[in-house]
Design a protein around this ligand. Structure first.
Ligand SMILES: [Zn+2]
Ligand SMILES: [Zn+2]
Length: 118
């Protein structure tokens, strides 16, 4: 199936739509669409600080004393390889590479493919 090739070739987004209260939707250059809920993105933030927290068994979000209603305050592309999200809890260091985002795609087609791989 053609999708198999899309996994090995690095996909890049053709459009990125940020709904600051809900989700980031990426349409990839191969036509695939991925919609990521903000909380999932924040909890899985790939920066060193959040990785460290998770390694200690703590949640990267929500952190004590910070807003528990999550919003993305801004989003920007980093070079041609990733997306940087700024959050309303003041966290700004996470950069989500296209590769990570594509691998995290929560859609049914990708979930089925991950099941098939496992
Ligand atoms: Zn982080
Ligand atoms: Zn998908």
């Amino acid at each position: 199936m053609a999708d198999g090739a899309a996994w090995s070739a690095p996909a890049s987004p053709s459009t990125i739509d940020v709904d600051r209260a809900e989700a980031v939707t990426i349409t990839w250059d191969d036509g695939h669409v991925s919609r990521f809920g903000l909380e999932g993105l924040r909890i899985s933030c790939p920066c060193a600080e959040c990785r460290g927290l998770r390694e200690m068994g703590e949640e990267a979000w929500p952190r004590p004393g910070k807003p528990t209603v999550l919003q993305a305050t801004s989003a920007g592309q980093v070079g041609n390889w990733g997306l940087n999200l700024h959050w309303n809890d003041g966290h700004t260091t996470g950069i989500y590479t296209w590769e990570i985002l594509r691998a995290w795609c929560p859609c049914e087609a990708c979930a089925a493919m991950k099941d098939a791989d496992a």
